[in-house]
Design a protein around this ligand. Structure first.
Ligand code: ATP
Ligand code: MG
Length: 334
């Protein structure tokens, strides 16, 4: 693995990233990574590890370093192909921060204050300015590579909308510079819910009981699925309003098996939650085991991972610097 890409010119571009803010979970896999793996054959993909976004909440430096490499290893273990995808660490491409700052100077405060994630967390004690400003950095992450699409989970749609707004604003003020990218969500599973509370999104930062980590051992997966919150009644039926727990488990089952939800409902007609849950646990164990094996083996050679990330940053910097040269010229930086 050299990190060298071998891409035909003229492909459409896709960009996305995941925060190095903890252990990746099946929601990240279904909503984001699985899309990257599917899209990389068709699009020129830029995938990064968002270490600068991770520090919008305090991170232990050693943990951040470790998480960054873990995310890199997981991406590859899940199937990112370094011949097709440019994989890099966000902070290795300084243009993200520079363009983020420039976009901040075009963003009305109110646009940032109305972001759902900010509203959700802004009442917490000790909220930092980075939490308010992070959507402009995210807009920069995207716009630098002039992508056509941004594959993400549903929670990020609002931020991609803001990205389009900022692209428009920049273009109308300084002349056509940025493409307006579209978010790409999968039809089912764009918002996987927490297994201990199916009314909340599964999140890295919400504690290990709310997620199934991609690195959870088989017995942990079995235990977590067994105790996952389900609904009253016994029917295995997709009904988000009345049966949010079982509907979420059906989405997970469908995403990992490729079977449609309708066919799963038929398959489990007349069967109880216990049988369904135990099959789901075995499915997850079976699908995650090869990823975990590859992940462990990649982490044995951290030097080689760093080499991959260095090569990725080199390729990403080339593209980002070109964009920044245009931006400098347009806004009058000499
Ligand atoms: P944090 O709690 O630190 O914000 P997170 O679990 O929300 O972590 P992010 O790094 O913020 O993960 O998001 C990475 C990608 O995974 C984004 O594209 C996001 O939309 C997607 N994603 C996150 N959670 C889910 C989920 N529960 N279902 C589907 N996609 C998700
Ligand atoms: Mg998140």
């Amino acid at each position: 693995m050299t990190g060298k890409t071998n891409l035909p010119a003229g492909r459409q571009v896709a960009v996305s990233g995941i925060k190095a803010s903890g252990v990746l979970h099946i929601g990240n896999y279904i909503g984001a990574i699985e899309q990257f793996v599917r899209l990389q054959s068709k699009y020129k993909m830029f995938v990064f590890i968002a270490d600068l976004h991770a520090i919008t909440v305090p991170q232990d430096p050693n943990e951040l370093r470790e998480n960054t490499l873990n995310v890199a290893a997981l991406y590859i273990a899940c199937g990112l192909d370094l011949k097709k995808t440019i994989l890099f660490v966000q902070s290795h491409v300084p243009a993200h921060v520079e363009l983020g700052w420039i976009l901040n100077t075009l963003t009305p405060l109110g646009e940032l204050e109305r972001m759902t994630q900010f509203k959700d967390k802004s009442q917490d004690k000790g909220v930092l300015a980075g939490l308010l400003n992070y959507p402009t950095l995210m807009a920069a992450d995207i716009l630098l590579y002039r992508p056509d699409i941004v594959p993400v989970g549903e929670d990020q749609v609002q931020h991609v909308e803001l990205t389009r707004t900022l692209a428009r604003k920049f273009n109308s003020r300084f002349g056509s510079t940025f493409k307006e990218p579209k978010e790409l969500l999968r039809k089912e599973g764009a918002r996987i819910m927490a297994i201990d509370n199916p009314t909340k999104k599964m999140s890295k930062s919400a504690g290990s009981n709310n997620y199934i980590a991609l690195t959870d051992e088989p017995d942990i997966i079995r235990k977590k699925i067994k105790t996952a919150v389900t609904d009253s009644g016994s029917e295995i039926k997709y009904d988000v309003n009345n049966k949010p727990g079982i509907s979420n488990l059906l989405s997970i089952y469908s995403a990992f098996s490729g079977e449609s939800i309708a066919s799963l409902e038929k398959k489990y007609a007349g069967k109880n939650y216990g049988t369904f849950k135990s099959d789901l646990a075995e499915l997850l164990v079976q699908k995650l085991s090869p990823i975990q094996e590859k992940y462990k083996s990649l982490l044995k050679n951290k030097k080689s991972l760093m080499k991959i990330l260095d090569a990725g940053a080199k390729s990403a910097n080339k593209v980002a610097e070109k964009t920044m040269a245009v931006v400098h010229q347009k806004i009058g930086l000499i």
